[in-house]
Design a protein around this ligand. Structure first.
Ligand code: NDP
Length: 284
């Protein structure tokens, strides 16, 4: 039998990308599963995304992750989109099925899995989301499609916030409204789940927290952060002091990585290996 010296190639396109830890996590998972896959962390400038997407086909790569600033701009260069990606309007993963590029968005699904892993359901819940950027859109759409009844979006840019509310109202069964973020914002009284989906608190700015009135968080509220470095963010620590049940951003990062692993390889991901690798990487 002839030997195969060609590894399956996957990776990420982004800019900036140098500090993105996904490759370490995915390579550890491939090694643990005994798969001959390589994950390449590749810097692709904004204006080069078309060329880079052509390279996925030309190099017979199995797929690619997309991060800032390519999650929306890469869409014209894929052939098919998952239903969720069509609604969200952004992709973070492409699978190359024999030259047919299929795009999906696993950010929201990864977030949801970090809740279901803790036996927390979004069905019938009222969710308050801080931020209306890419992570927020993915989380809001998936929660709305999974049965959340109402979403309050708190955002600084009214334009971006209104766009998300319109998208949720038109394309999902959930009710949605915008609360303009003008000064220290109160958490709406009916909130079951509060999510920080802004970039506030991301390393190195670990001493920053979203400008909300933390005393309006009720004891027992589920409070989640997308920030994964530091996973024990100031936002979550403030919420925990008010008796909240907290869910950090590490679970979302690992779970979206695990979903991507499965989409590329067809195998279940070794989630424990991925979690341990990231924790080691972040010095936890
Ligand atoms: P975007 O740039 O698309 O959106 C950023 C959002 O944060 C906007 O709504 C913006 O508001 C808001 N924002 C930024 N600064 C402030 C501030 N000082 N006060 C209030 N709101 C603010 O980024 P993404 O949505 O792509 O990413 C957001 C965060 O999510 C990042 O930190 C990223 O690392 C993290 N993330 C984590 C993942 C995980 O797996 N854990 C996966 C994906 C992302 P405005 O509209 O007013 O500008």
């Amino acid at each position: 039998m002839s030997k195969n010296y060609r590894s399956e190639l996957v990776g990420a396109f982004g800019c900036p990308i140098d500090e993105n830890p996904t490759g370490v996590m995915e390579e550890a998972a491939f090694a643990a599963a005994g798969l001959d896959y390589r994950y390449l962390t590749i810097k692709v400038d904004k204006e080069e995304i078309e060329t880079a997407m052509k390279a996925v086909r030309a190099l017979h790569m199995r797929g690619i992750n997309l991060t800032i600033p390519h999650k929306v701009s890469a869409i014209p260069f894929v052939d098919e989109l998952s239903p969720e990606a069509q609604i969200i309007g952004a992709i973070n993963i492409v699978v190359n099925n024999n030259g047919v590029l299929w795009g999906d968005n696993t950010d929201g699904k990864g977030f949801l899995k970090s809740l279901t892993d803790r036996d927390i359901s979004v069905k019938g819940k009222t969710i308050t989301v801080l931020g209306a950027g890419g992570a927020s859109r993915a989380i809001c759409v998936v929660c709305a499609l999974q049965g959340a009844s109402r979403l309050h979006i708190i955002n600084g840019s009214v334009e971006r916030g209104s766009e998300l509310v319109a998208l949720l109202t038109e394309k999902t069964p959930a009710k949605a409204d915008l609360i303009p973020w003008e000064s220290t914002s109160a958490v709406p009284d009916d909130t079951d789940i509060l999510i920080n989906a802004t970039s506030v608190g991301l390393y190195p700015n670990v001493d920053q927290k979203p400008d909300i009135d933390y005393d309006t968080i009720k004891s027992g509220t589920v409070v989640c952060d997308v920030i994964f470095n530091d996973p024990n963010s100031l936002f979550l620590r403030e919420a925990a002091q008010r008796g909240a049940v907290t869910v950090n951003g590490l679970g979302m990062l690992v779970n979206q990585g695990a979903l991507n692993f499965k989409l590329w390889t067809g195998q279940e991901a070794p989630v424990d290996v991925m979690t341990e690798t990231l924790q080691r990487e972040f010095g936890l």
